[in-house]
Design a protein around this ligand. Structure first.
Ligand code: G3I
Length: 482
């Protein structure tokens, strides 16, 4: 986009955006009541984060449960249904029915999904529990490949390895550890090759206290992986402040220290004994204070859904009522507004870049928006792909805000306006769902929906969708003249 602007025009746009940012910053430090979001997901989205929950498939036909879950959260983790015992009950016979039930429920509502988990000492199917040595190593690799192939391009992240450390920071003894100390990096390398589009996380509990042995053990492994190029994108801190644990005062230090290694961090299984409001607000604030803390997931909806229900550790009581802890989290999220990373104000560029053919390059991925297989079929979803500048990657921004491809015979078209709506090609018809604002903050937003082009991941084949605009890297696109 910038390359299409003259220097003078570029300065003007930057100045306009800068003054808009100043105004937005001043206005959003303490949002007015009218601005405050009323659900956890929407409140977290203001700073480009998500707020999720674990879902148990067996509870989805409880309407109180599914109503709260669908309303409040925008990231979903299957509590048990994507674990090895569920997905490969017999060796090399995969079963995705329970996992898919949750995946479909979530994505039909525009909610994203984290995968949990691929390699773990617990919840292995009996045949895997009995295995050891090279046979188990092969079975682990086969399991990762089988499950990730099924969900390829569909998940925001995978907990590739779960709970592999002892409390003192040494490796936990398990049949997987017995296959050799390199089993974790083999799992991550296998996972990257299986689905380059999803974020790969290491996930564990009792790694919230920076001075704790286990935290340091995991930290050293991530540091080692990053130094040797072992693919890893994120660390999940389960954040179970139940069963005798509580929020440590140095939690933010832990989050920022992991983040400084070059990984995202996320709170992946939060629950707190008796739902202490100070602990819930504190853990939320710690995440908000760390730019690479990308989201928070609570481990269940109502107290009665919790694996530790006797501690009443969640944000909704057994009747589905919001607890005080809910309000403390919502208020913290709302007070943060766009957060320390800021959400640049989206203002359409004036005049828009128009006329010639452009590549639309994702800033995070470096890949181009591409029509798969050069298809001209209406309804073909667009994806990210290595830039090559062929006609299926040549987009023209017209004076009527269309993004046309194939010389104008097809338009970029939103199939719906909600979060997760598919972005596809369709015969140009002048509809508002085919009009796009190319914004000064690098986002491209739909005129009809107000939502932004968004990708979860960076790999070839990653599909483009609409999502609430937050201006983070996965919503940044540049129009680059061919
Ligand atoms: O569904 C069966 C039921 O048919 C059977 O009669 C019953 C008999 O025990 O078991 C039921 O399955 C249980 C399942 O939860 C569903 O409720 C399993 O026994 C039970 O072991 C399983 O517990 C899960 C636990 O992981 C297993 O390790 C919890 O729901 C789940 O919340 C918990 O989640 C873990 C994360 O994956 C990793 N971090 C810790 C977290 C809490 O332990």
């Amino acid at each position: 986009m910038k390359r299409l602007l003259s220097n003078g025009r570029r300065r003007a746009v930057v100045a306009t955006a800068a003054s808009a940012l100043v105004l937005a910053g001043a206005a959003l430090v303490v949002p007015s009541l009218a601005q405050a979001a009323t659900t956890l997901g929407a409140a977290a989205a203001q700073s480009g984060r998500y707020f999720g929950t674990a879902i148990a498939g067996g509870r989805l036909n409880d309407s109180t449960y599914s109503t709260i879950a669908g309303r409040e959260f925008n990231m979903i983790t299957a509590e048990n249904e994507m674990k090895p015992d569920a997905t490969e009950p017999n060796q090399n016979q995969f079963n995705f029915s329970a996992g898919d039930q949750i995946y479909n429920w979530a994505t039909q509502r525009g909610l994203k999904v984290r995968g949990h988990t691929l390699a773990w000492h617990a919840q292995q199917p009996p045949w895997m529990e009995r295995m050891s040595g090279s046979a188990l190593r092969s079975a682990m690799i086969n399991h990762i490949n089988g499950v990730m192939a099924h969900y390829k391009g569909k998940l925001a992240a995978w907990d590739v390895v779960n709970e592999a450390f002892n409390e003192d920071g040494s490796r936990r003894q398990s049949n997987l550890q017995g296959t050799g100390n390199d089993w974790i990096e083999v799992a991550f390398r296998t996972a990257r090759a299986a689905d380059p589009s999803t974020k790969l996380c290491y996930n564990d509990y009792n790694i919230e206290n920076w001075s704790y042995g286990k935290t340091q053990g995991v930290y050293r492994m991530i540091q080692d992986f990053k130094s040797r190029g072992v693919p890893i994108d994120c660390v999940g801190l389960q954040t179970h402040f139940t069963g005798g644990s509580s929020l440590p005062s140095n939690f933010q230090t832990t989050l920022s220290s992991f983040a400084a290694l070059g990984v995202d961090v996320a709170l992946t299984e939060v629950d707190v004994t008796n739902a202490s409001t100070t602990q819930y607000a504190g853990l939320t604030q710690a995440c908000l204070n760390v730019p690479r803390c990308i989201g928070i997931t609570v481990w269940g909806v109502r107290d009665s859904d919790s694996w530790r229900s006797n501690e009443n550790p969640l944000l909704f009581d057994g009747g589905g009522n919001k607890k005080a802890a809910y309000t403390s989290v919502l208020n913290a999220l709302n007070a943060a507004g766009p957060g320390p990373t800021g959400t640049p104000t989206a203002t359409p560029t004036t005049p828009p870049p128009s006329g010639g053919a452009n590549r639309i390059v994702g800033s995070q991925s470096g890949r181009c928006i591409d029509v798969p297989n050069s298809s001209q079929t209406n309804g073909t979803r667009v994806q990210l792909y290595d830039c090559h500048g062929q006609t299926n990657q040549q987009w023209t921004y017209t004076a009527s805000k269309q993004l046309t491809v194939y010389g104008g015979s097809r338009c970029l078209d939103a199939n719906g306006s909600g979060n997760g709506a598919a972005v596809q090609i369709y015969s140009c018809n002048g509809g508002a769902n085919q009009q796009w604002n190319v914004n000064s903050n690098g986002t491209i937003s739909g005129v009809q929906s107000g939502r932004c082009l968004d990708v979860w991941g960076t790999g070839n084949g990653q599909q483009v969708q609409l999502y609430d605009c937050h201006g983070q890297a996965n919503q940044q696109f540049r129009l680059v003249a061919n």
